[in-house]
Design a protein around this ligand. Sequence first.
Ligand code: ADP
Length: 610
Amino acid sequence: MLYNAHIMEKDHQVDTLNELDNALDQLGKQTLPIQTRSALNNARKRLKQLKRSLEQDVGAGRLAALYQVSQSLGVSLNLDEVLTQVMDAVIQLTGAERGFLTLVDSESSDLNIVAARNIQQENLQRKDMEISRTVIQSVIESGKGVLATDAQDDPRFSKQESVIFYALRSIMCAPLRARGRIIGVIYVDNRAQSGIFTKDDLNLLNTFATQAAVAIENAQLYTRADQALASRVSELETLSRIDQELNARLDLDHVLEITRQWAINGIEAAQGWVALCDDEDAAPNLVSGPQGGDVHELEDWVIAKIQEHPVPQLIPTKEGNPAYFLAPLSHAGKIIGAIIVTHPQTITESDQQFLARLAGRAAAAVENARLYEAIEFANEAKSQFVSIVTHELRIPLTSIKGYTDLIRQRVVGEITDQQAEFLDVIGNNVGRMADLISDLSDISRIERGKINLRFDFITVQNHILETLSSLRHKLDEKSQNLVTDLPEDALQAYADPSRVVQVVTNLVSNAWKYTPEGGDITIRAFAKNGHICVEVIDTGIGISEEEQTKLFTQFFRSESPIVREQTGWGLGLNVTQRLIEIMGGEIGFSSQVDEGSTFWFTLPTTSNQE
Ligand code: ADP
């Protein structure tokens, strides 16, 4: 029976014609005059034609109704929406009193009701639904639709208690088949007195089920793809957070703890450890694990697996204990350790994949942190070496300088002019070496954090003038024009006065060295944005753009022959920059080849500036 209004109407008309035909049939059994009988026969013939055409109409109506409900299918790819549409359409097409749609769970093969009208999932388990369950089972097994018009008369179901004890029902059930696989069933039923389904109704339901199954499967595939994409995006987000945390600090202990925490939190593991091999062939050691408290210590045979079988692996453990999962940390083709976790339940495939990805990232971070540690160690060793060497050299150098000066000053007797000349050469070279030792010793002390600055409030102009007076004779020798542009009001800075003198000496010495005879050297000082700014401006050889990028690096000296003519080690600017930064200032420059350079630095005015 179809509840499409138009078809229902036609169905009624067919019923009425049937009743009329029966009545005429009864009348025909009476003795009738010839003419009346012939009229009666004509009327019955006419009635039959009318019935046939009405039945054709009903068939066409069914198709129209099917077309109408099928049209809306396939528009949406949202599984819930599609299921609701299908359920609505089934009720509309069959006019069933109640119905539901079940889908087969692809993993467990269970049947789950996913849409229903006037019936609950739990009701399906009730005794009166036993016959329904049998019908559904037979549809799943045979793959064919079932029509149990009167279950009591149907030999397949009549033995069922439920048919006898509970209200008789007219049942229809059709398989949902997509790509040759049964993905579920559509079930509808009616109380026998409220409507009996016909074969035509079942055909219609079967046809509709074919279309519905495709729409449902499409939505399922789409939802699955959508979910897979969403979970991949969320995994990538997680991995990017892990990368950020792992690379935030190049500290090995930090990297190991972050790795362990992510392993535990990422898969809700019970416990986690990280083991590392000290070098390629060494046995792995636990380097990070749960500390203190009631912890399950990791047994040696589990750790040994890292080298026995270095692949991601699930290690089923002795009875009663949870399983371990081991993800090796490998870097540049070598196994450097592993992440190991235990889980109260089984570790799923996707958990294993997560741990393997975490291990890939952690291995790189561990290796970086180890390299950094090694570099730090080498750096420390170098600084210590430089510190010892400079200390040891300083003493004999002072003595060479002292005695050379004594001889040069003829304190210990007369010397020839040539001897005096040689002593000058010795004196100059000792001076160069002393400069080098002083710069190297500063660098090593700064690097080891052992430089002691004596901060004080100072008047910057005083220290600039003091420096210039000691350099004046050098500038005069090259006939260089010294200009000072210093304000009258005291410029107060918070700095180490002797280091300020050292910085100004370095910059003015460079201006002197790299400015030809007769050039100008200007020193300006002024207050700006809460800092004191000092500029040393020269009209010297300038620095090429390419060489500007190397300025301030240790031992950098320009290739220019004018520079190479001058004495120097290429350490002055590096020391100057570090001193300024330690004092909380900044340093910079601008330069044009053949026009000159300006070097500037700033100093803080208060003690609480960074
Ligand atoms: P040094 O002067 O002992 O070589 P520095 O570290 O003071 O070492 O300077 C490094 C290099 O920077 C110099 O060798 C030179 O090439 C360049 N330089 C520094 N100051 C100037 C300047 N005022 N004009 C031109 N070049 C300069």
